[in-house]
Design a protein around this ligand. Structure first.
Ligand SMILES: [Zn+2]
Length: 305
């Protein structure tokens, strides 16, 4: 969050999506349902975002109906982290939370906020620290503040023995240097919304990170390179995500008039990734779900024991 300027961060704007246009037409009606729905996990959904306020329960129900059995709700500041934990508490085994401060909000990071984030991140529903990292594309916070906030959150993750949920844009060299420094104490992590090139991919894999792929791969203008790259990610290092409400897959037909992305579109993204890797949706679902449950210590989804 936020990678797409069309829908802004919850803390930047409070503009709500018009509930009358938000989810028409319904996507799930256009996705053929397999006999056994796949077991997909959306590792990055900003479900605390106010664009879901009017119909959050429907969004969750549509996701489950489309085969998304579990979702990790992204916390990107204190309020969205509190909301993510609240959502996870009311949907046990189905929703989980991350606790973090996005680099856009790095200037907000004070000792008091770090104390609060420590207590939020300690909650059992929180499966990772983040999203945290560096974003030199938007530069909403100065680089020094971003680096300080990133260091603090990597230290927190190490202290709590939880993996990290990482964001990086246009800051690869600094990001890698900081991660390398903390790498010996970290319990793994995911490079969420990976959109970079082969060199970045290799360096993340070398560091032991897992790679999160979004609907960016469905964008023929700026995501075509990912079609080749995803085939180079080992099956046990790949995860899938929507990053909703951002990053609506560009090739989705028909598109919701709201332009809002949601987890029920994850099967569409997963099919694109599976095709690019030359494997079935079922194989991709099984591998990514196993990898996700292993890194984040998720239980089996509801109804699966
Ligand atoms: Zn992000």
């Amino acid at each position: 969050m936020p990678h797409d300027p069309k829908i802004k961060d919850v803390s930047v704007t409070n503009r709500a999506v018009n509930p009358h246009t938000a989810d028409a037409p319904l996507p799930s009606a256009n996705i053929p349902m397999p006999c056994t729905p796949p077991d997909l996990i959306d590792i990055g959904i900003n479900l605390a975002h106010d664009s879901y306020d009017a119909d959050r329960d429907d969004v969750i129900a549509r996701a489950i109906h489309s085969g998304v059995t579990q979702m990790i709700v992204t916390g990107s500041c204190a309020p969205s982290t509190r909301k993510a934990i609240e959502l996870a508490r009311s949907h046990p085994q189905c929703l989980f939370a991350t606790a973090g401060v996005h680099p856009h909000h790095a200037t907000d990071v004070t000792e008091a906020l770090l104390t609060e984030m420590t207590s939020l991140a300690s909650a059992p529903e929180v499966v990772a620290v983040g999203e945290c990292g560096l974003d030199y594309f938007r530069n909403f916070s100065p680089h020094a503040a971003q680096q300080r906030a990133f260091h603090s959150q990597l230290e927190l993750a190490a202290r709590l023995h939880k993996p990290v949920f990482l964001h990086q844009r246009d800051a690869h060299a600094d990001f890698l240097a900081i991660l390398r420094e903390h790498s010996p104490t970290l319990c793994g992590g995911v490079a969420h919304c990976f959109t970079a090139g082969a060199q970045e991919l290799e360096s993340y894999l070398e560091l032991g990170l897992t790679i999160g792929i979004t609907g960016w791969i469905c964008d023929e203008r700026r995501g075509a390179h990912l079609l080749q790259l995803v085939a180079r990610i080992p099956a046990d290092r790949l995860m899938i995500e929507t990053d909703g409400p951002y990053l609506l897959p560009r090739d989705l037909v028909p598109k919701p008039t709201s332009r809002r992305n949601e987890p029920s579109y994850l099967p569409h993204i997963a099919r694109t990734i599976a095709a690019a890797r030359g494997e079935s949706l079922e194989a991709l679902a099984a591998a990514t779900a196993a990898t996700t449950r292993r890194l984040f210590h998720l239980p089996a989804p509801p109804g699966h024991g």
